[in-house]
Design a protein around this ligand. Sequence first.
Ligand code: MN
Length: 339
Amino acid sequence: MIVILKPNSEQERIDRLMQHFKDMGLAIHYSQGENTTIFGLVGDTTKLDEGDIMAYDVVERVQRVSEPFKAVNRKFHPEDTVIEVAGRKIGAGYFNVMAGPCSVESEAQIVEVAEAVKKAGASFLRGGAFKPRTSPYSFQGLEAEGLKLLLEAKRQTGLPIVTEIMSEKHLDLFADVDIIQLGARNMQNFMLLKELGASGKPILLKRGLSATMEEFLMAAEYIFAGGNTNVILCERGIRTFEKMIRNNLDISAVPLAKTLSHLPIIIDPSHAAGRRDMVQPLSRAAIAAGADGLIIEAHNDPKHALCDGAQSLDLPQFDTVMADIKRRAAFEGREMMPL
Ligand SMILES: [Mn+2]
């Protein structure tokens, strides 16, 4: 971190600031020019807050030169992280497709979808039980009952499950869930991030719809800080000026996340576009960009789906898209899970 001081600052005040940094265990490279004095801070600056430094009136400007995230930073962990869940590997070339309906609606529905996506080659069943909806009047999910139905579908098909948590109060209910999803709207719910950090469970962390890459990786850093290193990133589209699609898939998030971090990253093409006709082309783009997997909405009867019907593939369409994904993943040298 570089701290630039105001010209002609009193030495006594400069000394006080230097003492502050020394007390924090940092070394200082002191450089005095004709008009400007600059400090280069050496050491662990992750705990420093730019705003706190600006509070010293001798400071003109503060500039970070290294990222504020450490545990998830590739600089300190050069190899790709591989996360193992229910016998499946995720990351470093191991490719997974998670598929299922937006919401769990009934036992018949979730079991039918689970059987179909398993047959097509998906390695996880997704399905929402607790739904964060924009309107309080929209279907809120079957909640605890929905979780039971997901576990029943898991029992019948053997597919591990991924489902979203909305409150740390529900953690006990998620004991048998294989991957807990933290949704886009809760990406900066810091209390929930801390609890998921303490839980040790595999976490699918979705990027907030207006979150920068730094904010996204800092959310992952929260989970690591709690002692949990089982984090899978998920890019699901960000908000832009374009209104024809629900969100804009930020495909550059894949190579960017891979440069900055060692964590696996998957793509959600369903929520990214909000349209089923875009699921296949965006899945192709995800594979080509280096993503470690996909999470796709599929439903046995999208026209009557209680949530996100317009972006859900029906089961024959999922079959077709899945066949294309397998071909392209093989072409790109990925290893499809399950083997
Ligand atoms: Mn959905």
